[in-house]
Design a protein around this ligand. Structure first.
Ligand code: SF4
Length: 60
């Protein structure tokens, strides 16, 4: 069995994000935007595809 340990976490404090308590997936965390979290505030908003332009009917 293995586990993952963040190299930025020291005694529950995140040395990457202003020495705040480690909160996986918070903004600035190395995991932010790389995974989907149960907490939707930690997820990036879904990308909305650009609308497909309507074909020109005049070219026929
Ligand atoms: S918040 Fe993210 S980057 Fe910071 S210590 Fe926790 S896992 Fe590491």
């Amino acid at each position: 069995m293995s586990s993952w340990g963040c190299p930025h976490e020291i005694k529950g404090i995140c040395t990457r994000v202003n020495n705040l308590p480690c909160d996986l997936g918070m903004k600035g965390c190395v995991l932010f935007g790389r995974f989907r979290f149960a907490d939707p505030t930690k997820n990036r908003p879904k990308k909305v595809p650009a609308p497909i332009p309507a074909p020109d009917d005049d070219k026929a």
